[in-house]
Design a protein around this ligand. Structure first.
Ligand SMILES: Cc1cc2nc3c(=O)[nH]c(=O)nc-3n(C[C@H](O)[C@H](O)[C@H](O)COP(=O)(O)OP(=O)(O)OC[C@H]3O[C@@H](n4cnc5c(N)ncnc54)[C@H](O)[C@@H]3O)c2cc1C
Length: 485
């Protein structure tokens, strides 16, 4: 007799893992299929010469009481060894260094010293108040974006959070204009580069609600001891300890539409499930669900993602690094062939001996690549040349901005391109970081977890509410609640 699972989850990124854990925890019969040999997707890791590198995600946030990561950990009773970073990050810009302190007063003083005193207090007070309200709203509004008549039931909850509505349809730039801050060029540049980390867009294209959540995020930045991948590894343990079935190296190639759906993997394995939850991106799902091709085409044709270029360094420790584990360097212009005016640096913690040998640290550096599809049109020779060119430029930036970096011994120096990400995460054209925010298609009009087919759902950073551990986990909490509450 064939075994029929309640839920088959395709992909063990943070989205798929969280959903699988939440369902399994409530006694559902869940199968989790992952294409790679390890879990985590963009929050996975690789090891090289005794160094353990996070491939993409490095910071954990969303840890305040009502926020998604904290809610998930509480529900699953997972204990995770974390280090709170204060400052959450430092930002190097115009030969100055800003410390993004957790304490709002201290941060406002820092901004007043750097950008001038005018209106900083009003702006940051508004940012934190809108962000706090938005997180509270997101915890109570489970059925956003509205996708069915049943979801209308959440509208009374929306009325309670009506103060947010104007900020959904005004960009960060609109609010800057209203506050008289739009002409403060350095400040606007700083905000745009901060927003690129979370919203994947600048001040012009980011709705203020999302912008506020993104700008408040560095006040809640945590380092995961052992590396970010410890988080998906703990989720994996929780899932299997609770009796869930995880099969690695099982890439799903198709799902047939039916009441009980037939799932086929690249190696010809076949599984059956009543509900299928895909953690693949919206761009990739149309191949996995042929009957839903039109749905995914309609939803995703106008939505494109960024690619990433990453540098991985095993570097000699230096007192200059200290506790400044996360650093953004704002550049005058992007690295060659790249798309944002900044690079983001993540060091392993000094005491984290599981990630680097004594006297060394791991360093992951990332920046955006515009139109990653273009990399698939390059010859092999041109791909290698471009990778070397960007890698050298990235190292030059580090040499220029970090006084100790040039002299420091580097045991590992490796680079990743959109092609690397496509190979390791199975994301079409290595598009990472979810859907960039846009005023043309604000967040509430993004695709949701439900598709046009009964029993087919999507989770991850290409549906509402988007990217990063907090966004993806909020999507997982909301989706799981459709089945278990
Ligand atoms: C360079 C970089 C830095 C980042 N920094 C941060 C950060 O500091 N903090 C933060 O919170 N977020 C960060 N992010 C964003 C964050 O990593 C992602 O938004 C999040 O991890 C995405 O999770 P996901 O579950 O949506 O998808 P993914 O991580 O892409 O996981 C999808 C999983 O599904 C698997 N899969 C795909 N197709 C199939 C298939 N057909 N069959 C079986 N399995 C399949 C993949 O192998 C993968 O394991 C960063 C991203 C990048 C690229």
């Amino acid at each position: 007799m064939r075994e029929v699972f309640d839920h088959i989850v395709i992909g063990a990124g943070l989205g798929g893992l969280s959903t699988a854990c939440l369902l399994q925890d409530k006694g559902k019969h869940v199968l989790l299929l992952e294409a790679q040999h390890s879990v985590g997707g963009c929050a996975s890791y690789f090891a090289r010469k005794k160094f353990l590198f996070d491939v993409g995600a490095t910071t954990l946030s969303g840890m305040k009481h009502d926020q998604p990561v904290q809610r998930l950990l509480r529900r699953l009773k997972i204990d995770i060894d974390l280090l709170l970073c204060d400052p959450g990050m430092i930002i190097r810009m115009n030969d100055r260094t800003l410390h993004r302190w957790i304490d709002t007063e201290r941060w406002i003083t820092e901004c007043e010293q750097c950008f001038g005193p005018a209106r900083q207090r009003e702006f940051w007070t508004l940012v934190h108040s809108v962000a706090d309200t938005a997180w509270t709203a997101s915890a109570s509004l489970k059925n956003l974006p509205l996708q069915s008549a049943r979801d209308l039931l959440s509208i009374p909850g929306m009325v309670r959070h009506a103060s947010l509505v104007p900020y959904l349809f005004r960009s960060v730039q609109d609010v800057l204009k209203e506050s008289g801050l739009a002409d403060n060029k350095d400040f606007v540049r700083f905000l745009s580069e901060q927003l690129m980390i979370t919203a994947q867009s600048d001040v012009r294209d980011t709705p203020f609600v999302v912008g506020a959540m993104g700008l408040a995020y560095p006040s809640d930045t945590w380092y995961v001891m052992g590396g970010m991948n410890n988080f998906p590894r703990l989720l994996r343990k929780n899932f299997t300890d609770n009796g869930g079935t995880l099969l690695l190296k099982n890439k799903v190639v198709s799902v047939e539409s039916d009441i009980v759906k037939k799932v086929t993997t690249e190696d010809g394995n076949i599984f059956y499930g009543r509900n299928i939850i895909s953690n693949a991106t919206g761009w990739d799902n149309k191949r996995i669900f042929p009957a839903q091709e039109q749905y995914f085409d309609k939803e995703y044709a106008s939505l494109g993602g960024w690619g990433a270029f990453t540098g991985y360094y095993g570097v000699e420790d230096n007192p200059g690094i200290g506790d400044h584990l996360y650093q953004q360097i704002i550049l005058e212009s992007p690295l060659p062939h790249c798309g944002s005016n900044s690079v983001f640096l993540s060091f392993s913690a000094k005491d984290d001996s599981s990630r680097a040998p004594q006297g060394f640290r791991t360093l992951t550096v990332s920046t955006h690549i515009a139109e990653p599809q273009h990399w698939w049109k390059l010859s092999e020779h041109e791909t290698t040349r471009r990778k070397e060119e960007i890698g050298a430029a990235m190292t030059d930036v580090l040499n220029k901005h970090l006084p100790y970096f040039r002299q420091a011994e580097k045991v590992v120096e490796m680079f990743g391109t959109p092609i690397t990400f496509a190979n390791f995460t199975h994301r079409s054209f290595g598009q990472v970081g979810g859907i960039p925010q846009s005023m043309h298609r604000p967040l509430f009009f993004w695709p949701g977890s439900k598709t046009d087919e009964r029993g087919v759902f999507v989770v991850g950073d290409t549906i509402y509410p988007g990217q990063g551990a907090p966004g993806v986990i909020l999507g997982a909490l909301n989706l799981a609640d459709r089945f278990v509450t």
